[in-house]
Design a protein around this ligand. Structure first.
Ligand code: NDP
Ligand code: OXD
Length: 309
């Protein structure tokens, strides 16, 4: 039985040799046409079109090359017995945290203002806010959220974190539930989204939620475009309620050239680059689970399908 690579937009060739070295003797295929459907026991994929998994009768394991799995499990025909694992990588969590800190500091230290002054040759001083006076809210306290929270705390922010189940995280005030979210939003001058995209979290950053943020708040979305209602964000930016936002992820990726997000003052758009697991990291984690599968041992980093993450 063999492994099928459906990793586009990352070329399957990036993974194939690493995988052959990690699992000698296991056939590895770089396209579905190369292999009989019955021979595929595992798929490594960034996204799977609905209906794809159901074509492989002996499929037992799908490995997401990403931390987020919504593009894999959004398939009503995905057989319940197929286990779905995700890639969990400390370097990805650190990359996310670096991105968030960069955008948060750029905002609170008014870098765009000083850059504009430099273009005008204006040597005008503005006092930065007192360290520890800014509260940052982090939605999601999982692998990424906890790393983001720790780095923000180290940089002087007061940090509140919101999660589904109750958590205890050093140096972070933790809240949960609808009341916890309302209180987190009301106090967060910088709001960071690190949630997985699920039925419960889609559209969570809508007009109602964004209005709850303090006047002049700044939003950083490193999770998925589907968390944020982009039209509502644009409305609240135009109204002056929000100071700006950094969006590493957008509802439609690549972001179409005619999207109003490109041109909205105060918005920083990046093309989903906060962090990405290397092919080596994906292969190492997949190969370890493949061996566990053979040995009948429990698999690691398996998501709960009913929860959506
Ligand atoms: P985890 O599964 O480790 O953490 C998810 C967190 O979100 C958990 O704390 C969980 O709560 C919380 N959560 C989930 N649903 C809810 C809910 N309904 N209400 C409140 N809290 C909720 O995920 P990661 O931290 O590894 O990754 C998060 C997301 O980041 C990924 O799904 C992906 O979309 C995105 N990502 C983006 C990247 C980029 O380059 N922009 C790179 C990597 C990831 P609990 O702890 O109670 O379970
Ligand atoms: C991920 C991502 O989820 O790269 O890992 O967005």
């Amino acid at each position: 039985l063999s492994v099928l690579l459906l990793t586009m937009p990352q070329p399957p060739a990036l993974f194939a040799d690493l995988l052959r070295a990690a699992l000698p003797g296991v056939p590895v295929w770089e396209a579905a046409e190369q292999v009989a459907p019955e021979a595929v026991e595992a798929i490594i994929a960034w996204r799977l079109k609905p209906g794809t998994a159901g074509r492989f009768p002996n499929l037992r394991l799908i490995c997401a090359t990403a931390a987020g799995v919504e593009k894999i499990i959004d398939d009503p025909a995905l057989p319940p017995a197929v286990a779905v694992m995700r890639t969990v990588d400390p370097l990805v969590n650190l990359g996310m945290a670096q991105y968030v800190l960069l955008m948060a500091l750029r905002h609170i230290r008014a870098l765009p203002l000083f850059e504009a002054q430099q273009r005008d040759g204006a040597w005008t001083r503005h006092r930065p806010p007192d360290p520890y006076s800014i509260t940052a809210g982090v939605l999601g306290l999982g692998e990424a959220g906890r790393t983001v929270a720790a780095l923000l705390h180290a940089a002087g922010f007061n940090v509140i974190g919101w999660s589904r189940t109750s958590k205890s995280v050093r140096d972070v005030e933790t809240v949960e539930g609808a009341e916890g979210l309302a209180s987190c939003l009301a106090r967060s001058s910088v709001l960071v989204c690190t949630l997985p995209l699920t039925a419960e979290t889609r559209g969570i950053l809508d007009r109602r939620a964004l209005r709850r943020l303090p006047q002049g708040a700044y939003v950083i979305n490193v999770a998925r475009g589907g968390h944020l209602v982009e039209a509502d964000l644009l409305e609240l930016l135009a109204a002056g309620h929000l100071a700006g936002a950094a969006l590493d992820v957008q509802e439609t990726e690549p972001l179409p050239p005619d999207s109003p997000l490109w041109r909205q003052p105060g918005l920083t758009i990046t093309p989903h680059i906060a962090a990405q697991a290397s092919a080596a990291s994906v292969v190492t984690q997949f190969a370890a689970n493949w061996r566990r599968l053979r040995a009948g041992q429990p698999l690691h980093n398996i998501i709960e399908r009913s929860r959506g993450y």
